[in-house]
Ligand binder design. Structure first.
Ligand code: ADP
Ligand code: MG
Length: 458
């Protein structure tokens, strides 16, 4: 049968249709490079460049690919993704319940990088091993790892953009550390845009342009941080443009970070902007609550801070998305606990951070909590304010009281007032009971998480 041709047509058709359902950028990045390795009746094997691409496709596009393939072929279809580059393939890691993982198991790199010969300016604390990934940064992290594993082959340049404190510098250095760890003789240079500019100014002033140019043009991997700062600086942009071209032409990897998408950087020359768009553009978004919490817990562990889960939750529920800032608060709380030799508690955290976080917490009222809890459990607000003792009402009432204590600054008696004038000991009992149950009741944990999600912007 001439099924083979017919079948590979199917893959082309699937791609064509995918083109209409994803953004051009995503299509170019993820779908376009996928090859069809094998195809049969009800079966398509596609080939991804490396395990990170495969992982990305699996999480983001597999269902879509499958349903389009099924629609086109008119039959159930199994999609398999194999990795073209055997070198980087590793056995599938065990699935854990935790979606937030440091990329430890996904790379071969030892965590202590060797020094490369030239001054690389790289911060060797920033590794993939200690980068926690979640929805907000997973794309950029996967791209960074792909580049570190295959410099100057897949994505060149790699352009990472995102707001302050979201992990751009961390990822940029992690790329450098990984490449140096893999290839000790590779010349990797990390530069902030200011440093690049300053060296350029000095070179001009002292007539050392030749040296400046040679230096930049002989490195293997150039990492430029916060490129938005060269915008508006004519001479720096010009020099960077030439540096970029000569590195690019000799197949050297360039990675650039910025706080904005290339098009949105004011004062950035058009020719640079268009070059930044040649490769892959990956964004980092503000982390969601779970990711913030995972990062805080990892940092706490590293710094030997015993951070109770409710405090971690409290901190990550704040509107702060800047991870550097969050870390600062963690350190502040840790220092306070250690100076006063007392364990960290939610009350302590609230007290220490009251100026920063209370403002936000005050936006949540007891009424908000009562409303969300009762609608979650499908009962009336009057029910949790009542004295009814049936489990159907007692449980939501206790949960609501617990949330009031966590998310507002009301005292026990005040909370009691809001619940139809209950005694403060009733409130304390309710909160204690929920806290105890949270230790091993995962469904309660989930319910509370769900309710909180409706109360707090992430
Ligand atoms: P940016 O360069 O985007 O302003 P940084 O890379 O300097 O942000 O990150 C700020 C701080 O937050 C650093 O200490 C960094 O290690 C930490 N950080 C950011 N994102 C993560 C993450 N996903 N996992 C672990 N630490 C992170
Ligand atoms: Mg930075």
């Amino acid at each position: 049968m001439n099924n083979k041709n017919l079948n590979s047509d199917i893959w082309e058709k699937v791609k064509l249709e995918l083109r209409d359902t994803v953004s051009t950028q995503n299509f170019k990045t993820w779908i376009q490079p996928l090859n069809c390795a094998d195809i049969g009746d009800g079966y398509i094997k596609i080939q991804a460049a490396n395990r990170f691409v495969r992982q990305w496709i699996q999480t983001n596009y597999l269902t879509k690919i499958q349903s389009i393939a099924e629609k086109i072929s008119g039959r159930e279809t199994v999609i398999e993704i194999e990795i073209a580059d055997i070198k980087t393939a590793k056995p599938e890691r065990n699935k854990t319940e935790n979606n937030h993982k440091a990329y430890t198991n996904q790379i071969h790199a030892p965590s202590t990088p060797k020094k490369n010969t030239r001054e690389s300016n790289i911060n060797n604390e920033y590794l993939f091993d200690n980068f926690i990934s979640g929805n907000s940064n997973q794309f950029a992290a996967a791209a960074a790892i792909a580049v570190a594993n295959n410099p100057a082959t897949i994505y060149n340049p790699l352009f990472i953009y995102g707001g302050v404190g979201l992990g751009k510098t961390h990822l940029l250095n992690a790329i450098g550390n990984k490449i140096i760890a893999d290839q000790a003789d590779s010349e990797v240079c990390y530069y902030s845009s200011e440093k690049f500019t300053n060296e350029l100014i000095n070179a001009i002033r002292y007539g050392k342009m030749e040296e400046f140019r040679n230096k930049f043009r002989s490195i293997d991997v150039l990492l430029i941080d916060d490129v938005q700062f060269i915008a508006g600086k004519e001479r720096t942009q010009e020099e960077f443009f030439h540096t970029f071209n000569s590195l690019y032409d000799s197949h050297k990897q360039i990675v650039v970070t910025s706080d904005k998408f290339p098009k949105e950087i004011p004062g950035l020359e058009e020719r640079l902007r268009s070059r930044f768009e040649w490769g892959l553009i990956a964004d980092i978004q503000a982390p969601d609550k779970e990711t913030k919490q995972a990062i805080l817990e990892a940092k706490a562990e590293k710094n030997n801070i015993v951070l109770p889960e409710d405090v971690a939750e409290f901190l990550s529920s704040s509107v702060i998305s800047n991870i550097r800032e969050l870390e600062g608060y963690l350190v502040r709380i840790g220092a306070y606990a250690s100076l006063t030799s007392t364990p960290i508690t939610i009350e302590m955290a609230k007290e220490i951070l009251k100026d920063i976080i209370v403002e936000y917490n005050q936006e949540i009222t007891v009424e908000d909590i009562q409303k969300k809890v009762t609608s979650y459990f499908n009962i009336k607000i009057s029910d949790i304010k009542s004295a009814k003792r049936t489990k159907k009402f007692v449980y939501p009432r206790q949960i609501a009281m617990y949330l009031c204590r966590q998310l507002t600054s009301y005292s026990y008696p005040e909370i009691g007032e809001y619940f139809g004038g209950k005694d403060h000991s009733t409130v304390i009992h309710a909160i204690k009971k929920i806290e105890a149950e949270l230790q091993n009741n995962t469904s309660l944990k989930q319910s509370i998480k769900n309710i909180k999600n409706t109360l707090l912007p992430s």
